[in-house]
Design a protein around this ligand. Structure first.
Ligand SMILES: Cc1cc2nc3c(=O)[nH]c(=O)nc-3n(C[C@H](O)[C@H](O)[C@H](O)COP(=O)(O)OP(=O)(O)OC[C@H]3O[C@@H](n4cnc5c(N)ncnc54)[C@H](O)[C@@H]3O)c2cc1C
Length: 222
């Protein structure tokens, strides 16, 4: 049976479809409502299906690519193998499909117990609140985790927890987050990113790559 309820949401057997504008958190809840399991990890990911496919969003050891059955856009159906997924990237972000618009995506799930899925999501949400500065203004993880290590651990070990540039500060709760303490500019955030990157390179010889995407141009403070 196919149901159309929320921003193109459809369910067909063990598969669900989300239109590009459907929030990933909503999609995770809709899947649980249909007793389908596999998208619980998405409960912590702000943003839409389109954005999540674009960057192969993930957490708790699962990524979009693990459950993606295909994506649609520009009148084409792309198979997962076409999408060049990597750690927080895809062919839409830096490959042959750059500039293409994702209209929606299918996810291959498994029959499950919606109640258990909701409990898992509640557990992960509580854990996130404990370990990440969720109540602050921030852009999510700033750096990708280098292989076998954690960016937050390295930035913290470099002594930068609480470091500030203007009104941007490295979170004291989790050093891979930069908080806006009120009025931070893109330039403040960029300076802090460069400071953390340089300190980690100098002290540990590790090159940190940003997970956040830089867009536009910075304006100098007037
Ligand atoms: C507090 C916080 C916590 C976060 N935690 C996580 C996490 O645990 N794991 C994780 O992976 N990410 C995490 N993120 C990052 C978050 O997942 C991304 O910001 C989000 O997926 C981007 O989706 P969006 O809809 O907001 O896209 P936007 O920010 O609007 O766009 C992001 C990029 O995707 C492209 N894009 C968006 N929609 C489409 C489309 N339909 N077709 C083609 N391109 C498109 C845009 O052009 C842009 O380049 C976190 C962010 C925050 C703020």
């Amino acid at each position: 049976m196919i149901r159309d309820v929320n921003r193109g949401f459809k369910q067909d057997g063990d598969r669900v479809f989300g239109g590009a504008g459907l929030k990933m958190m909503r999609l995770a809840r809709l899947a649980a409502d249909h007793d389908l399991t596999g998208l619980e990890f998405a409960i912590g990911i702000p943003g839409t299906v389109g954005g999540a496919v674009y960057q192969n969003a993930g957490c708790w050891g699962c990524e979009v690519k693990d459950v993606l059955a295909g994506a649609e856009g520009d009148g084409v159906h792309w198979q997962p193998a076409d999408l060049g997924f990597g750690y927080r990237t895809s062919a839409f972000r830096e490959g042959a499909l750059h500039g293409h618009l994702i209209a929606g995506a299918w996810f291959q799930l498994r029959p499950g117990d919606g109640h258990a899925s909701r409990e898992q999501m509640a557990t992960w949400t509580a854990e996130r609140k404990q370990t990440q500065p969720v109540a602050t203004k921030n852009c999510g993880s700033v750096f990708k985790n280098p292989s076998g290590d954690s960016a937050g651990r390295l930035v913290e070990a470099a002594g930068l927890k609480g470091a500030r540039e203007g009104a941007a500060l490295i979170s004291t709760k989790h050093a891979n987050f930069i908080e806006n303490a009120g009025g931070a500019t893109a330039a403040d955030v960029r300076k802090l990113i460069e400071r953390a990157r340089e300190a980690v390179l100098k002290q540990f010889g590790v090159v940190l790559e940003t997970e956040v995407e830089m867009v536009g141009r910075e304006k100098p403070r007037s």
